[in-house]
Design a protein around this ligand. Structure first.
Ligand code: NCD
Length: 327
C-alpha cells in the first residue's frame, strides 16, 4: 500500500468520530482551523490534494441522504482517497446481526475509513467496535450528527468571528433531531449559549438536563439571538400526531420576517437541509442573501468533512505490518 509522502502531525487524539460528546474545545478548534484551510483549497480551480492518497473510504448509508453522502464523497476524492458508496435500502436490512455482518465483510476489504449513516441511535458506535479502521458517524437515529455540528460551527465562526458568548436559538423539531443534539453539545463546549424553541410535543423529555433555555414561543425565544437555527419537521420519524397541521405549525413556529425581527438586527439564519419551505421556514427568508447562511453551510460541509477525514487519517498506521498487528 502506498502511503502519503509526508506524515502531517496528529491533531485529533481519537480513532473515530462518533459524536461531539467527549470532544474538547481543543479538538473542535483543531478541526475547524484545518477546515478553514480546506475552504480555500475548495475555491481553487485545482481542488485536488493527496493526503489520503492510497487510502480507501467507504460511505455506508442505511438511510437516504443527498447532501451528506455527496459531501463526504467529494471530501474524500478531493483528498485523493478511493471512495466507494454503498447505499443500503432500509427494507433489505435486518437489524443487529446484519449490521455487524456488513461491518465485518467490509472490514475484510481493508478500508481505512468507513462513513456510516444509520437509522438507529448507537448503531455507528456498535459498528466501530467491529472494524479495524476509522469510523465517522454521518448521523445515527436521533443521537448525533457530529459533522453537521462542526460545519455549522465553522459557518458561524467565519461570519461572527467567534462562537464564545454567542446566543444561538435552535428551533422546531428538537425531539427527532440529531442535529440539535450535536449542536447543543458543540456550542456549549465552545462557550455559546443555547436556547431551544418549539412546541412541547417536539421537546425531548429531560431536555433541561442539556443546560439549554427552553421556549415555546418563537418571538420570546428569538429575542437577543445572534443565530437562528431552524430544523426540519421530521415527518418520516413521526408515528403519532405531534403537530395539528403543517399550516398551523408554520403560523406558530415557521420562521418568517415577522418572527425574525424579534432576534438581533444582524441575526443570521441557518438550516441543515433538506428544507420544508412554508412549513418550518418561509421561502423568502431561506433565500435571503443577507440573512441566510444555508448555502454557505453546504460549502462548509465539504471542508469540514475533509478536515475530519484528514485528521483521522493522520492517526492511522502507515506501515502495513503495524496495520496488521493492530487488527
Ligand atoms: C439532517 C439529518 O439527516 O439529520 N440533514 C442532513 O444531514 N443534511 C437533518 C434532517 O434530516 O432534517
Amino acid at each position: 500500500m502506498s502511503s502519503p509522502e509526508t506524515s502531517p502531525a496528529p491533531i485529533f487524539p481519537h480513532r473515530h468520530l462518533i459524536g461531539i460528546e467527549g470532544l474538547s474545545p481543543q479538538d473542535i478548534t483543531a478541526l475547524l482551523d484545518l477546515a478553514d484551510t480546506y475552504v480555500e483549497q475548495n475555491r481553487r480551480i485545482d481542488k485536488k490534494g493527496a493526503v489520503l492518497r492510497g487510502r480507501t473510504q467507504i460511505n455506508l448509508f442505511f438511510e437516504a441522504s443527498t447532501r451528506t453522502q455527496s459531501s463526504f464523497e467529494l471530501a474524500g476524492k478531493r483528498l485523493g482517497a478511493d471512495v466507494m458508496n454503498m447505499s443500503v435500502g432500509t427494507s433489505s436490512v435486518k437489524k443487529g446481526e446484519t449490521l455487524i455482518d456488513t461491518a465485518v465483510t467490509l472490514n475484510a476489504m481493508h478500508p481505512d475509513m468507513i462513513v456510516v449513516r444509520h437509522q438507529n441511535s448507537g448503531a455507528v458506535e456498535l459498528l466501530s467496535q467491529k472494524v479495524s479502521c476509522s469510523v465517522v458517524n454521518a448521523g445515527d437515529g436521533a443521537h448525533e450528527h457530529p459533522t453537521q455540528a462542526l460545519l455549522d460551527a465553522l459557518t458561524i465562526r467565519r461570519r461572527k468571528g467567534k462562537l464564545q458568548g454567542l446566543r444561538v436559538a435552535i428551533c422546531g423539531d428538537i425531539l427527532h433531531s440529531r442535529v440539535a443534539r450535536s449542536n447543543i453539545l458543540l456550542l456549549h463546549t465552545m462557550g455559546a449559549r443555547v436556547r431551544v424553541i418549539g412546541p412541547p410535543t417536539l421537546m425531548p423529555t429531560g431536555i433541561e438536563r442539556f443546560g439549554v433555555e427552553i421556549f415555546h414561543d418563537m418571538k420570546k425565544g428569538l429575542e437577543d439571538c445572534d443565530i437562528v437555527m431552524m430544523l426540519r419537521l421530521q415527518l418520516e420519524r413521526m408515528a403519532g400526531s405531534y403537530v395539528p397541521s403543517q399550516r398551523e405549525y408554520f403560523r406558530y413556529y415557521g420562521l418568517d420576517y415577522d418572527k425574525l425581527a424579534a432576534a438581533k438586527p444582524d441575526a443570521l439564519v441557518m438550516h441543515p437541509g433538506p428544507m420544508n419551505r412554508g412549513v418550518e421556514i418561509d421561502s423568502a427568508v431561506a433565500d435571503d442573501i443577507h440573512r441566510s447562511l444555508i448555502r454557505e453551510q453546504v460549502e462548509m460541509g465539504v471542508a469540514v468533512r475533509m478536515a475530519v477525514l484528514d485528521a483521522l487519517a493522520r492517526n492511522l498506521p502507515n506501515d502495513p505490518s503495524i496495520a496488521e498487528t493492530a487488527k
